[in-house]
Design a protein. Sequence first.
Length: 224
Amino acid sequence: MSCTQIERLENLLIQSVAEPMTLEDFLSSFAQQFEASHGLITLRRRDDHSVEELLQEGFDEKLFEQYQEYYFSHCIWSDRLAAKPPQKFHCTDELTTRSELERSVFYNEFARPAGIRHGIAATLSVPGTGRYLQIGLLRGPGQHEFNADERHRMTRLIVPLQHFLQLRHAFSRRLQSGSSLEQLIDQYDTAALLLDRNRNLIHLNAHAEALLDSEKRRQVRTTG
């Protein structure tokens, strides 16, 4: 995954704080970049594990309704993922053995009919937000398993996803007090840009301005 691809995914995450529909664009782009047939994002409350959002990419609508109504709570991968260390992507072959998966109700009644055999997923948690996020990509039996190189490249999204959770939590609180996304970004402790869907710059905070000024000075010294 190139720096440009990472930046695009990061920008989509930032946009989705104020425009929730953009999170679907992020999931779609994430799946495409890793040649995944399906993708899932689940946002849960930490206190009771209830689901606040469940987004999908690539699923048949009727089958996904069945997933939400029944198979979501019987997903052997999701249950095992919750017991694994957070902030790290885990391949589904680490979560279950092949024979165990193929004996499960989840696989035989949902995953196999949906054309799913391989997956990779992570749980992300940020203290103080009261939420955690599970994100995963899936492939069919005709595709190869997710490998170590792909997992390494996905790891570059861990920090942006944590920032997304922090921003979303802060934005929801500030929205109640009338603050805008621009005001929220101004108070962020790292460089942050706000772009529209066409990648046009809308706003940048002081940290980003300082970073750009530093880069301009470096270019002047280099060319001089």
